[in-house]
Structure formats: structure tokens, C-alpha cells
Design a protein around this ligand. Structure first.
Ligand SMILES: *Cc1c(COP(=O)(O)O)cnc(C)c1O
Length: 404
């Protein structure tokens, strides 16, 4: 995205023109940014060519997953719906891993029938259930076990998953108990140790610590693992003040790990692949002066982009048409929904905005549309894939009649 003659553009197409054609609000994704992200990710870890499984929950649009598949990525899914979507997008079952603390019997059944690469189990009870189902089917099912390394990912509390108080994974002792259980089962083949300590991680040191813990755990067992799945969580720069994750240091730590443990590495990145490709364009319905500040009331709301309301997450806002006039009062960008948390951000300094102006909410490709809802019976937004100069509708705007 950049300004050309004071107009914000994506792959050289003016957002204003896209808005005329498709209405507001809308989500757009840059194809070239997606391509660049995947290429950079691969380059960062090329010395050991990992299996990269895109975390489908970050963006569930089938056309996006199809594009990602064309670059050779697999999928990390967390429900039957996501598994069905990954298969529909054409991802090969032997590149799909299934994570999650509460897989139902129906989901396990389906995953076994589809012959996916791994079911990453998160409790002894789940493994017993997989064993029960595999026995009935007279099959040997490949699984992974997710451990909880008790590592603080130094990210928002709400998106931290690797501390012992979090519900995810199993502790060391349970892990060894599980290895025993699997070695005594004819229907389970334990091939993977998996771990995922959280999301939006910008400091490589938690990863380093996590690898140390995993290495120590592996050193205390003779079980031969084929894979180590390191999860995702690589952060992106939402804020100009954010430091970028040091991929070099992370790669070095993994290479050190691989010297001791001959395994294939799996990654499950979501945000780092799709996050910065997405932009939400919204129109200002009203400007309301409340004395000390002005409310910029948008046609997009928390149901369209939930991250600020859900985690207090920051998203940069840009004017679609730039001007040099500065506002005298702070602006509070809000949606029309009947909740006080329906607020994107308050900015002390911004250019003067008026009713019907457009603004761009940046970096919404991950956990944007996939977390959206029909709250207040608002139809879901149209999604566009921009492959300059082509604009492709990859999901139609819902109509009221679809939801009434
Ligand atoms: C959410 C999730 C991911 C993806 O996390 P990102 O921060 O988007 O990279 C990967 N693995 C598991 C198990 C997850 O729950």
C-alpha cells in the first residue's frame, strides 16, 4: 500500500475506486504481499526445509487457502469445518495437521478417514479416544502430542498458550505416561512432539527457551520421533514502534536443536503469512463532537473486526485521501454497534476527517474476517483479492435476506 497523488492505493489501484465499485465496508488482500510473506518465510528456514502448515483459523477464505496451497504449503486445522475447508481448497491430506484441546469423536473419526498427516493430541483422554476409534476401524493412526513447555511467550495474555496455567498441551510427566501408553497400543503410532506457545511473538528468546525445554524432554526418552512441530506465533509489526521478530536467531536456535535431534520440523504460521496482506476499508457515517473529543462513527464495527474489542489489539488507521489539515481534538474511531467496546482506537493526532470520508484499518488479514460475526444482525463483508490490476471477489457480501 502506498499513497499516489495523496490517494491510498493497493498494488497501484486506488482504494476509493474499489469502494465506488464494491461499496463499504470491505476487506481486501494483496496477492503480492502474500507471495512475498511466504517466500520470506521459506527463505528464513530454507536450510532444513520444514513442512509449513498454514493455520487456517487465521483466515478461512477458501480462495485464500487455495492461493497458499499453490505455494506448496499444508494446513493446520482446529475443527472439522476447517479440515473440510482445507480439503476443499485442495490441500493434500498428508500436509494437514489437526490441533485443538477438545476434538470430538466425530472430528477424530473424520480426520482418520481422511488420512491426514497428524492428529496433534492434547490429553491422555483424547489419545484413549483416538485409540478406541482406531481399534474399531482396525487402523494404525499417526499422532503427535502437544506439550505445554511452561514458557512465557511475552505477548498479550489473551493469546498466550504455553504457560502452565493455560489449557493447552500436557506437562512433562503426562507426556512420558503418554509415550508408554502409545508404545503399548497397536493402533497408535506416536510420531510427533508438538508445541505452540502463543501468538504475535516478537521476541525470539521465548522460542529459544521453548526449544531448550523440548530438547530436555526428548533427551529423557528413547522414543524415536519423526517430527517436531513448533507451531506458529511469529509476530508482525502492527505498530511502527514494534520491533520485528529476529528470524535469523530463531533459525540458529532450531539448527542447534537439529544437531541433537534428527527430526523434520513442522511450522504452523497463520498471522505471519496473511496478517499484513489485509486491509479493511470503512466509510465515516457521522462525526459527533462530544466536547473533549470527536467520535468518528464508521460503517465497520466490532463484528467485522473483533481484535480491538477482544484483546485491546492495535490496528493502524490511515486516511484514504491524505490532507495536511490537522484535527484540533482527539478522534475516537468507533462502530455503530450497541456495545461500548465497539471501538477501534483513540488517536490524539490525525488529519481532519469529515462525513463520507474513507479510512483504512491496516493489517487485518489474520483473525479479521475469520473472527467476524453477524452480531446486531449485520451482514458479513465482501472480501476482495487484489492481484493488480485484477480485483477478484473471493467472498460475496452477505445480503440481509441471507441472515433474516
Ligand atoms: C492459532 C494457532 C497457530 C497459529 O498462530 P499464529 O500466531 O497465527 O501464527 C498455530 N498453531 C496452533 C496450535 C494454533 O492454535
Amino acid at each position: 500500500m502506498k499513497y499516489i497523488n495523496k490517494k491510498l492505493t493497493i498494488e497501484k489501484i486506488n482504494f476509493q475506486k474499489i469502494a465506488y465499485k464494491f461499496g463499504t465496508p470491505f476487506y481486501s488482500y494483496s496477492y503480492f504481499k502474500l507471495k512475498e510473506n511466504i517466500s520470506n518465510f521459506k527463505k528464513s528456514f530454507r536450510s532444513f526445509s520444514p513442512l509449513i502448515c498454514f493455520a487456517v483459523k487465521s483466515n478461512t477464505n477458501v480462495n485464500i487457502i487455495r492461493e497458499i496451497k499453490k505455494f506448496g504449503l499444508g494446513a493446520d486445522v482446529v475443527s472439522k469445518g476447517e479440515l473440510m475447508m482445507a480439503l476443499k481448497a485442495g490441500i493434500a491430506p498428508n500436509k494437514i495437521v489437526f490441533s485443538g484441546v477438545g476434538k470430538t469423536s466425530d472430528e477424530i473419526n473424520f480426520a482418520i478417514d481422511k488420512k491426514i498427516l497428524l492428529i496433534n493430541a492434547e490429553s491422555l483422554s483424547e489419545i484413549k479416544e483416538i485409540n478406541r476409534i482406531a481399534k474399531i476401524k482396525n487402523k494404525k493412526v499417526i499422532i503427535g502430542v502437544r506439550i505445554n513447555p511452561n514458557t512465557d511467550a511475552k505477548t498479550l495474555n489473551q493469546i498466550s498458550t504455553g504457560k502452565k496455567e493455560n489449557k493447552f498441551g500436557v506437562n512433562k510427566n503426562t507426556f512420558y505416561e503418554i509415550i508408554n501408553y502409545c508404545n503399548n497400543s497397536k493402533n497408535i503410532d506416536l510420531k510427533c512432539l508438538s508445541v505452540h506457545i502463543g501468538s504475535q511473538i516478537l521476541d525470539y528468546r521465548p522460542y529459544e527457551k521453548m526449544l531448550k525445554t523440548v530438547s530436555q524432554i526428548l533427551n529423557k526418552t528413547n522414543h524415536k520421533f519423526e517430527f517436531v512441530d513448533l507451531g506458529g506465533g511469529m509476530g508482525i509489526t502492527y505498530n511502527d514502534k514494534n520491533k520485528q521478530l529476529n528470524y535469523k536467531k530463531y533459525n540458529t536456535a532450531i539448527l542447534k536443536f537439529l544437531k541433537r535431534h534428527k527430526v523434520r520440523i513442522i511450522f504452523e504460521p497463520g498471522r505471519s503469512i496473511i496478517g499484513n496482506t489485509g486491509t479493511l476499508i470503512s466509510k465515516i457515517i457521522y462525526v459527533k463532537d462530544s466536547g473533549s473529543k470527536k467520535f468518528i462513527i464508521l460503517d465497520a464495527a466490532m463484528n467485522d473486526l473483533m481484535r480491538p474489542a477482544l484483546y485491546g489489539a492495535f490496528h493502524k488507521i490511515l486516511p484514504v485521501t491524505k490532507s495536511n489539515k490537522k484535527s484540533k481534538k482527539p478522534y475516537e474511531f468507533v462502530g455503530p454497534i450497541c456495545e461500548s467496546t465497539d471501538k477501534f482506537i483513540t488517536l490524539k493526532k490525525f488529519q481532519v476527517l469529515k462525513e463520507r470520508d474513507l479510512i483504512a484499518i491496516c493489517d487485518v488479514g489474520a483473525y479479521g474476517m475469520s473472527l467476524s460475526s453477524n452480531y446486531n444482525l449485520r451482514p458479513k463483508l465482501v472480501e476482495l483479492l487484489i492481484k493488480g490490476p485484477n480485483i477478484k471477489v473471493i467472498r460475496k457480501r452477505q445480503k440481509h435476506k441471507d441472515i433474516i
